[in-house]
Design a protein around this ligand. Structure first.
Ligand SMILES: Nc1ncnc2c1ncn2[C@@H]1O[C@H](COP(=O)(O)OP(=O)(O)OP(=O)(O)O)[C@@H](O)[C@H]1O
Length: 984
């Protein structure tokens, strides 16, 4: 039996009944009943006419359905006419037809019935298509019947595939094959699937025609087709589910969803925990990195390394090869000789930062800013530009056009920043900024901010700051101007630049022939009375040059030799510092003397090494880079904070010795401590006492406070301070020092008391405009040996170019665009030689001043050294005891360092204070031995310890001794051109 055909038949009957009305058949009629019902053609004609009105124009009505069922034969013509008309109409609609004979009663066959059923179902599909489409859109394409059965026997059905060979689906064959075992199991499986497909096809009459085509053409295999059908059925079933089913489905879905949700929640929690852990780890890592960085910086700060930046000037000729091969973000720099890139190996250098040719001044300043800011916190800072001539030092320090506000250099930006900070902290602290500007030209120090350039003004004498702790300037004779804004400083800088010696050379048409030093002194005082004092050196060195390249002669050649020599001395100092030598040859040049506090003191120092990338400068570039690399290894020791608290000042005042008056200045310490030789651990306490001492000096008080609170770690400096306490008798003969002391203390007093400037007309153009710090009266000014005109600063027209000249720039009096008054603060004058009676002094001393008595007695010994050798020995012994008996052994070396020079210096205090001014010379062990021998009369050399600076022939031996001690060469003989070879 053909299950599929039967199903389709029933479907056709059901449709006919629903479409044309009751046809008198059961729900599932047999083939015979089905055919009989249709035989007269009336039902078929009615159906097609209903679909396509008028398709069969005349339907011949015949027997009723009951007559048909009664199997009464109809007249043949009637039967034939209706069926023929119907088949014609069907063919016109391009629907599958059948043969009229298929409706013959006695010839009922499965195949013919199938055709009739196909035709009826095609009509149904056409009707549905027409309804859906309205019959207007396209033409109806009838799906082909999936099966055209041919019945061979009652139990055998042959499926005809339209395109392929026939396949037998025979149940008997199926059962036969089942018994053939596994070999044919696959075929069986296929067969089963096909059977199922048949069933589905019978029920799913609305299956997409294309899908049917696909399976018939073999484009889709049966299994796939079946899967699609089943999923479709399942879907339908779900849609047709009852509300209860849906409810249960909903609740189960909800449960599933809740479960998924909780699962998702817990997964998210896990994920969150993991992300949190990762984030914690990453934050921790960042923190550790930051800590490492901070620690590294702290170590660097403690070591006090000089920071070194390198700046590369752009090529003048863009087509030329550059010596710079690579610039790394980490401060590495690779250079190679552009002329021999293959033969010469590349050289790698490392600095704190490297700025390429396109780096702007703002970028450089950004990295420099923290240093400058620390000036306002009380640290001394030195920034100096180094490099060969024409490499861009002046460009960096002063800006492209010499420091105009449009193109600001480091100097300008730094001062801008200082004033900005000063302004932002004005509620917390009152700052006072003073400026000095000098140049070192041919080993002479000249004030660039003076309008009096008579030769008598220079050379200046230099102070050793360590010997004058109450000074922030080593140049007391250079004019100091109080400034209130960057504009003030710019005006002063313009004046300084105008006065600076510059000329044209083959290497640079505006070559600076001197080292210029702009010094900014900062004093700050907060509401509680705490003060800070610091200074910022901004140094534009003259460039090293090869005289053969710069093609200079005459005066220019002499200048070049001086420049090279002083740079060579700078190199010597750097080398000695890098090697931690006991002797640092600061005194070999004025430049190193001035920079001593920055290079060897506890300052923060930054060197900006400049290089020219041209091939012709490759040799000098290498020299500069090597020098800079070496500088970066120099350890300065931790930078000192120059801060003083009110407490320490009060403490010092309460224990002030009875025998001394206010405003009496002690003799400066002759033997400044080598601060950088002190251990970092003790630096804080030393610093505190030092500051206290400094302030005491400022107010003319004494430093007995230090004595009243002995601290073992301060033993290095204390004896020296004690030794200064007894300077009162000497001070009587030092009126200028006394005056200057008043001046400095007045500054602090006047800070809170604005006072009038004597000449109101001058007040109008007062660049400094600093009432707080001006001098109170003309008398004061006279006291300070300062005339009214001294305080007048000519304001030069900024448009005046710094013209290159073939000779050293004459000190021109440029056009004045206005005269402004900046109140100069005069530093103390150079003290005059003391002349005093030692005996008187000894009598005047109290037991408290025993240390000083030792010191003051010593000059008398020096006068009679040969007679009183034993006294000297005794004196030395006493001094040793006074230092600190318990520490004498432990600090043997430091004690010697601090005391011996005092004695040594005192021994040679033969009535002039020039020695004091020039400061002490650190002594090596060898020198100390010699000195001691001379003291005890074993060997009296009688030589002066004058430094190489200004050393006269009488100092020759001392000089040669110094030469022996120092590993650095003596000052070159300037008359000898070949002798001026740079250190590097
Ligand atoms: N970064 C730069 N960008 C553009 N031009 C520069 C730069 N640096 C320097 N120059 C130019 O190079 C020339 C030489 O510069 P500068 O005078 O600053 O050199 P210097 O090192 O100070 O020389 P000297 O030591 O002889 O005084 C100037 O014309 C300057 O404008």
């Amino acid at each position: 039996m053909c299950f599929c055909a039967a199903l389709r038949r029933f479907q056709a009957v059901a449709w006919l009944e629903s479409f044309v009305g009751p046809i008198g058949l059961l729900e599932r009629p047999t083939e015979k009943e089905f055919v009989s019902c249709l035989r007269n053609g009336i039902l078929l004609c009615n159906a097609i006419n209903k679909i396509q009105p008028g398709a069969v124009s005349k339907v011949i009505e015949g027997h009723s359905a009951s007559q048909v069922l009664d199997s009464q034969p109809l007249p043949a013509f009637q039967h034939f006419e209706n069926v023929r008309n119907f088949l014609v109409a069907v063919k016109e609609l391009s629907l599958p037809a059948f043969e009229a004979s298929d409706l013959e009663r006695d010839s009922t066959e499965a195949a013919s019935t199938v055709k009739i059923v196909d035709c009826i179902l095609a009509l149904k599909s056409y009707h549905e298509w027409k309804q859906w489409n309205g019959g207007t859109n396209g033409s109806f394409k009838c799906a082909r019947s999936p099966i055209v059965p041919r019945i061979h026997s009652t139990s055998r059905i042959e499926l005809v595939d339209s395109s392929k060979m026939r396949k037998h689906l025979d149940m008997s064959m199926f059962s036969d094959k089942l018994s053939h075992g596994d070999a044919e199991s696959r075929t069986i499986e296929e067969t089963i699937v096909r059977k199922l497909v048949d069933g589905v096809l019978d029920t799913k009459d609305n299956i997409d025609g294309d899908m049917l085509d696909s399976i018939h053409h073999g484009n889709m295999d049966s299994a796939e087709f079946f899967r699609k059908i089943v999923s479709c059925c399942l879907h339908e079933r779900q849609l047709n589910q009852s509300p209860e089913d849906l409810k249960s489905l909903l609740s189960s879905t909800r449960n599933e969803f809740a479960m998924l949700e909780s699962q998702w929640q817990s997964d998210m929690n896990d994920l969150g925990r993991i992300v949190q852990e990762l984030s914690d780890a990453s934050i921790g890592y960042e923190r550790v990195l930051q800590e490492n960085k901070d620690l590294y910086n702290t170590v660097q700060d403690l070591k006090g390394n000089i920071r070194v930046y390198c700046r590369i000037r752009p090529l003048f000729d863009a087509g030329e090869g550059s010596a710079v091969d690579f610039i790394g973000d980490d401060g590495s720099l690779v250079v190679v000789d552009p002329l021999k890139p293959h033969r010469e190996a590349r050289k790698i250098f490392h600095f704190n930062r490297v700025f390429g040719p396109i780096a702007t001044l703002e970028e450089i300043f950004k990295d420099t800013q923290p240093l400058i800011r620390s000036v306002m916190d009380g640290y001394n800072v030195c920034i100096f530009a180094y490099g060969q001539t024409g490499s861009g030092k002046t460009y960096t320090m002063c800006g492209p056009s010499g420091g105009t506000s449009n193109d600001a250099g480091i100097n300008h930006l730094a001062l801008n920043d200082l004033f900005h900070i000063s302004c932002s902290r004005k509620d917390l602290m009152n700052y006072v900024v003073e400026v000095q500007m000098v140049e070192v030209y041919n080993e002479q120090v000249r004030d660039l901010l003076t309008d009096d350039f008579s030769a008598a003004k220079y050379p200046f004498k230099l102070l050793f700051l360590a010997a004058y702790p109450n000074h922030t300037s080593s140049l007391p004779d250079a004019k100091t101007y109080v400034v209130n804004s960057t504009v003030d400083v710019l005006n002063l800088m313009k004046l300084g630049e105008m006065n600076r010696v510059a000329c044209s050379t083959a290497m640079n048409n505006q070559s600076s022939r001197s080292h210029s030093i702009l010094t900014v002194h900062v004093r700050g005082k907060d509401s509680t009375g705490n003060t800070i004092r610091s200074c910022l050196h901004l140094v534009d060195l003259a460039g090293s040059e090869r005289v053969d390249k710069s093609e200079v002669t005459g005066d220019r050649l002499k200048e070049a030799q001086y420049i090279n020599r002083s740079l060579s001395c700078l190199g010597d100092v750097i080398a000695a510092l890098a090697q931690k030598n006991s002797h640092i040859p600061y005194r070999n040049s004025k430049l190193t003397q001035i920079l001593q506090s920055s290079l060897g003191g506890h300052a923060k120092t930054l060197m900006i090494a400049h290089i020219s990338p041209e091939a012709v400068s490759y040799g000098e570039t290498l020299s500069t880079l090597k020098f800079a690399q070496r500088v970066s290894t120099v350890e300065l020791g931790a930078a000192h904070l120059n801060k003083e608290s009110t407490l320490s000042r009060k403490e010092a005042q309460t224990v002030r010795p009875r025998s001394f008056k206010e405003n009496e200045n002690p003799v400066p310490d002759l033997t400044p401590p080598r601060l950088r030789r002190l251990s970092i651990e003790s630096s804080t306490s030393v610093k505190t006492e030092k500051v206290s001492y400094m302030e005491n000096n400022r107010y003319g008080s004494k430093t007995v406070a230090a004595k009243s609170k002995p601290k073992p770690e301060c033993s290095v400096t204390r004896p020296r301070r004690l030794s200064l306490e007894g300077a009162k008798p000497i001070k009587k003969n030092l009126p200028q020092i006394q005056t200057s002391s008043v001046s400095v203390s007045r500054i602090y007093e006047l800070e809170a008391q604005p006072c009038a400037i004597p000449d109101p007309s001058q007040q109008q153009t007062n660049v400094g405009n600093n009432n707080r710090w001006c001098h109170s009266s003309e008398a004061d000014m006279r006291d300070r040996n300062c005339s009214g005109t001294d305080s007048l600063i000519p304001m030069y027209n900024s448009s005046i170019p710094r013209s290159p000249t073939s000779s050293a720039r004459q000190i021109r009096r440029p056009e004045l665009v206005g005269r402004s008054r900046v109140q100069p603060i005069h530093s103390p004058k150079t003290p005059e030689p003391p002349s005093f009676s030692i005996k008187e002094e000894v009598q005047a001393l109290t037991p408290l001043d025993l240390s000083f008595s030792n010191r003051t007695q010593i000059p008398s010994y020096s006068a009679s050294t040969t007679k009183n050798g034993s006294k000297i020995k005794k004196s030395l012994h006493t001094i040793g005891k006074l230092i600190n008996p318990s520490e004498k052994r432990n600090h043997k070396s430091t004690t010697t360092t601090t005391t011996t020079p005092i004695i040594a210096r005192s021994l040679h205090m033969n009535g002039t204070l020039s020695d004091i001014i020039e400061g002490p010379t650190p002594l090596t062990a060898n020198a100390r031995t010699k000195r001691r021998q001379s003291l005890i009369g074993v060997q009296n050399t009688g030589v002066s310890r004058r430094s190489s600076l200004g050393g006269k022939s009488s100092d020759h031996q001392s000089h040669s001794n110094e030469k022996q001690r120092s590993r650095t060469p003596p000052p070159a003989n300037l008359s000898n051109k070949t002798a001026t070879k740079p250190w590097f």
